[in-house]
Design a protein around this ligand. Sequence first.
Ligand code: 6GU
Length: 226
Amino acid sequence: MRIDIISAVPELLSSPFNHSILKRAHQRELLNINVIDLREYGIGQHKQIDDYVYGGGSGMVMMMEPLVNCLKQLQQNIKYDEVIYLTPDGTKLNQKLSNSLSLKSNLLLICGHYKGIDQRFRDQYVSLEISIGDYVLSGGELAAAVLVDSIGRLIPGVLNDETSALTDSFQDNLLAPPVYTRPENFEGLKVPKILLSGHEAKIDEWRYEQSLERTQRLRPDLLQEE
Ligand code: 6GU
């Protein structure tokens, strides 16, 4: 999969993809992430990328021209499955959406800043708008990093244990069961006996019950979905 990210603050995206699972995805050539500096497409001597809001009001809006020039240049070489704009008024991200995006080949993510981007760009060029939750971030970059992480780990071959993404919280609309590691007894706090029994079927059953109980207690809304 190839993910291109257009950003006015590319420095914000220099580190998140170079560690752990996403680093491995890159090394295995399963995921290729390119961050494009929108400033390089800025207008005039000052490489301007934003301007005042028509109709008045505070804050700046990202202009059409740099975004369109950048997009068109990228599209000369790549056909994108989706052009995604990260915005708090987009569709709220969930595991189902990440699952479906992990099956695509080429994604373009656009990070907004200031008051956002010119509406005409959204209308003309954006195919999907995504929010990562009901709160406001200063820009789309951290949201893009969240989206890329959630998609990247689902690409087949990225996780070592192929089944492990399937047992994550939210796959099946259930939260994950509790996990434990050594020691068996830490200052009197013991690991549930069933996990030491070696009885695989019983352990699976226990984990499922724990998942269900946790979901009912902490996120009953998940059990109402579909
Ligand atoms: Cl995608 N962008 C911004 N700026 N804020 C957000 C968001 C996105 N998702 C939640 N808050």
